[in-house]
Design a protein around this ligand. Structure first.
Ligand SMILES: [Zn+2]
Length: 241
């Protein structure tokens, strides 16, 4: 809000998921991440918005590569930038308050939702923390963040592969079945999706799979991963069940 002639004031008003016995909102430990994130918007949005022209060089093409996931979360490229900066802040906060052991899962969750660059951004923030003489404010550090976005490869292109690299089309899975509550669109072996997301016993006797040669068949539990990992394309991924 902005009172006439006054400063613009930002408030972060959070909904609640639980109430106590008297009916008052309950904000417990599980809420802290959201609070850090939402409070952070008050700082991050003005910083990123002030450099919008710089981010426009890179962020739209990054966004185009993950548009499905971002649009599902209702994020245009401008919000994607703000959210990225905040996700890295959340990681820093989690590390400081819960310890570094929580980070692998945090980054795995980020990647599963297509925020592929958050871990690198988190690492980049380390330069800010370590050299406050050069970067007295985060605004002074923003050129580094902008340069990082500029440096993203024709981005996350490594997520896409031409059909010609699939050597065994009838033995390479294209689609599988996932657990009901999982929102994933992509199977990612790097983050253990075969354990956390895949539902190998969706139906009596196993689950159904579509293969790269356009065939489909049912496989018993475990058979899509062993003796050959049928989700893999490279020999390394296929022979490492
Ligand atoms: Zn947000």
């Amino acid at each position: 809000m902005q009172p006439p002639g006054g400063r613009l004031e930002c408030y972060s008003i959070l909904g609640h998921h639980a109430t106590d016995s008297a009916g008052f909102p309950l904000y417990d430990d599980g809420f802290v991440g959201t609070l850090v994130h939402e409070a952070g918007h008050g700082y991050v949005n003005p910083l990123a918005n002030a450099r919008r022209a710089d981010f426009e060089r890179s962020a739209p093409r990054v966004h185009a590569q993950v548009a499905g996931a971002m649009n599902a979360q209702a994020y245009p490229w401008t919000s994607m930038v703000n959210e990225s900066l905040l996700h890295a802040v959340e990681a820093r906060y989690a590390e400081a308050h819960q310890g570094p052991s929580v980070l692998p899962k945090f980054f795995a969750d980020q990647r599963r939702q297509s925020w592929f660059w958050v871990e690198e951004l988190y690492n980049l923030y380390g330069d800010y923390v370590a050299d406050r003489r050069s970067y007295p404010t985060f605004a002074a550090f923003m050129p580094r963040v902008i340069a990082y976005f500029d440096s993203l490869p024709q981005p996350v292109m490594f997520e896409i592969m031409p059909e010609s690299v699939v050597e065994y089309p009838s033995e390479t899975i294209l689609f599988g079945e996932k657990q009901e509550e999982q929102g994933d669109f992509l199977m990612d072996l790097r983050t253990g999706n075969e354990v956390t997301v895949l539902d190998q016993s969706r139906h009596p006797g196993g689950a159904n799979y579509a293969f790269a040669d356009a065939s489909a068949r049912s496989l018993a539990f475990g058979k899509c991963l062993s003796p050959v990992n049928l989700w893999g394309v490279t020999p390394g991924a296929r022979n490492n069940p």
